[in-house]
Design a binder for this molecule. Structure first.
Ligand SMILES: Cc1cc2nc3c(=O)[nH]c(=O)nc-3n(C[C@H](O)[C@H](O)[C@H](O)COP(=O)(O)OP(=O)(O)OC[C@H]3O[C@@H](n4cnc5c(N)ncnc54)[C@H](O)[C@@H]3O)c2cc1C
Length: 597
């Protein structure tokens, strides 16, 4: 297909970040691939420099209207609905109750990336996450240094205490709102934590161990994606920012000095080239960024040669070090009928009207009653460093009568129904449990040299025994919470203790049983990270240095979830936004612009 040395000259207006494309062939100083947490934030900040033209290329389209409504959050998880439909390779060590032992990872393909469809939970992780990143040989990434960027990004709408005030930012682009509708179930969850000796915490304050009400990236009852928070206002303010959606980037182009000079992309069936005078920034997410680097000739040389790709730089770590939070599904409790507002009764017509007219009520946040807890369930190590997270969800595992969950998560429908059928029609709650810092490591590699082919994703879940052992302790802790009097007395909570399909014959509630349960019922919690690891020269798997520059080439950075050396102890959106805020400042500094702080 001939390569056009220009760019499409279309423009459109609407209730979204405008598509504003370059109308000339002038190269942009900076070119960002992907408009998710990494790309939108970086590009918006770079466009604050009036002399720089910044072009964002995004493979997806405009966000659908329903994505703005927090109460409709789950719609974006459906396959084919603005997402890449990533599935993992069959997992040798687990996922036994999932179709072909594959997990689903519904990363978004839309303006705003995963922030347009994600669960909106705002969680920064633990200060030790970042201190350890720095200890690995990445100066400038310790907690005290990155806190500035968390605060810079944030516009906190909660009421911090005098102790937590110093951790929150005001006036940043990203609006963070505490759960507006805490109900009886979430309250009981917090009381259960207190019964067990935990405090109710601000999860983004000083301490992370404890129980908390969720905080969301929601503004005035609408989802606050990075497209809304960053791109849209930047497009209004900065005429030098250009965004082209439906633009699928095929590869980064290099000159003979191994300097990135632009990208080749497909826009509605035609192939174009866009040039970058200064830098190309790859922010395609932890599954697509390594793929794009490899298609561009940057990656492990044997793998590139195997696919008959020209090697620009042999960087063995590209695609390696894949980490993902491993989630245990199906830990569910039945409760007394009508004792709480479960999903089906909050989603009423009246609630819809209230939302439409006032942006208030149940639809102004994820529907129902949620709570989170971060706890340490293993012995040894830092007492302030949790190893699992619990997420209370206000429905039994049957909430959808088997219609949607198998499709979204990839459960084998028969096995799912065998386990969940006794729960059909019953009120209840579920505790999703996930492992914060798995020790298993997987990889992303190329399926072929065709850009449209999805990458081979092998998280290698549960290959390290620590992961299952820790989750067993996590399950025991979750059951303790569910059996606290605040949940049993008031709601008559009763654990769904049916033997899960595949573990028949093993004595219930033994370690052996829970190990079996995990191997059948645990899968991705949708937080892949680490595939373009940040690290020093001495680290053979490091892909970017501490200024996020790709090794072995010039003019190319990666700024997204893939640079995390170790995945953070919480939901990763806020940390990726922090990475991008810091990344943008580093780019400015490296080009001699110092007036940003
Ligand atoms: C279903 C789901 C729910 C989640 N819930 C939460 C939550 O509640 N809280 C939280 O903190 N985190 C959550 N996360 C995780 C969080 O949203 C992501 O970790 C974070 O947004 C990742 O940011 P990123 O920039 O690395 O990638 P993304 O935000 O995924 O952005 C990558 C962008 O690059 C584009 N792209 C990819 N390839 C190309 C290409 N070749 N050409 C052009 N564009 C390309 C993609 O379309 C996408 O827009 C969730 C994730 C998922 C999938």
């Amino acid at each position: 297909m001939p390569v056009k040395r220009n760019q499409p000259k279309t423009s459109a207006r609407g209730n979204h970040p405008r598509r504003r494309t370059t109308s000339s062939n002038t190269p942009s100083p900076h070119l960002a691939v992907g408009s998710g947490s990494g790309g939108s934030v970086t590009a918006s900040r770079l466009s604050e420099v009036p002399e720089w033209k910044v072009l964002v290329l995004e493979a997806g389209g405009l966000p659908p209207q329903e994505s703005y409504v927090p109460g409709l959050v789950g719609l974006g998880y459906f396959r084919g609905n603005n997402n890449w439909d990533y599935v993992t390779e069959p997992q040798r060590h687990g996922l036994r109750n999932f179709v072909e032992r594959r997990g689903t990872i519904p990363h978004a393909r839309v303006l705003g990336g995963s922030t347009t469809t994600n669960g909106m939970l705002y969680v920064r992780g633990n200060r030790l996450d970042f201190d350890h990143w720095a200890d690995f040989g990445n100066p400038g990434w310790d907690y005290d240094s990155v806190l500035y960027y968390f605060k810079k990004a944030e516009d906190y709408r909660g009421r911090p205490t005098s102790e937590t005030e110093q951790y929150h930012g005001r006036g940043g682009p990203l609006v963070v709102t505490p759960e507006p509708n805490t109900g009886k179930l979430a309250q009981a969850f917090l009381y259960a934590g207190m019964e067990l000796g935990y405090s109710v915490i601000d999860p983004n304050g000083r301490d992370q161990i404890g129980f908390a009400k969720p905080e969301y990236t929601i503004c005035g009852g609408l989802r606050c994606s990075v497209a809304q928070a960053y791109l849209r206002p930047a497009l209004r303010r900065n005429p030098n920012l250009h965004v082209l959606y439906d633009a699928f980037v095929y590869r980064v182009l290099f000159n003979k000095h191994k300097r990135a000079i632009g990208v080749q992309y497909n826009y509605r069936g035609r192939v174009y080239t866009a040039y970058a005078k200064k830098e190309v920034i790859v922010s395609a997410g932890a599954l697509a960024s390594p793929k794009l680097l490899m298609l561009s000739g940057v990656g492990p040389s044997p793998h590139l040669k195997h696919h008959k790709l020209k090697v620009v730089a042999d960087v063995p770590g590209v695609g390696q070090n894949l980490q993902d939070h491993l989630g245990v599904y199906g830990l569910t409790w039945t409760i007394k009928p009508n004792s709480v507002d479960t999903l089906d009764n909050v989603a009423s017509l009246e609630a819809v009207q209230r939302y439409v007219h006032h942006r208030k009520g149940p639809y102004s946040a994820p529907l129902g009653d949620y709570g989170s807890a971060w706890v340490k369930v293993t012995e040894g190590g830092y007492s302030s460093f949790p190893d699992v997270q619990l997420y209370l969800s206000p429905a039994a595992f049957n909430m959808d009568m088997g219609l949607f969950l198998p499709h979204i998560y990839g459960f084998d429908r028969n096995k799912y129904n065998d386990y969940a059928r006794p729960l059909f029609g019953r009120d209840g709650f579920t505790m999703n449990l996930y492992l914060l810092r798995p020790k298993s490591r997987g990889a992303v590699s190329l399926r072929s040299k065709r850009p449209r082919d999805l990458p081979v994703i092998d998280p290698n879940y549960m290959s390290h025994p620590y992961d299952v052992e820790t989750l067993i302790e996590g399950i025991r802790f979750a059951i303790k919470v569910g059996n606290c009097t605040s949940l049993t007395k008031r709601f008559k909570a009763k654990f769904h203790d049916m033997i899960v399909p595949g573990c028949e014959g093993i004595v219930f509630n033994t370690d052996k049983y829970w190990a079996c349960y995990i191997k059948h019922m645990a899968s991705s919690f949708w937080h892949p990270a680490g595939t373009c690891k940040m690290g020093p020269d001495t680290d053979p798997l490091a892909v970017v240095d501490n200024r996020l520059r790709v090794r072995g080439v010039r003019g190319l950075r990666v700024i997204d979830a893939s640079i995390m050396p170790v995945v953070v102890s919480g939901n990763p959106n806020a940390p990726v936004i922090m990475i991008a805020e810091k990344g943008a400042d580093m780019i400015k500094e490296d080009w001699g612009i110092y007036d940003h702080r």
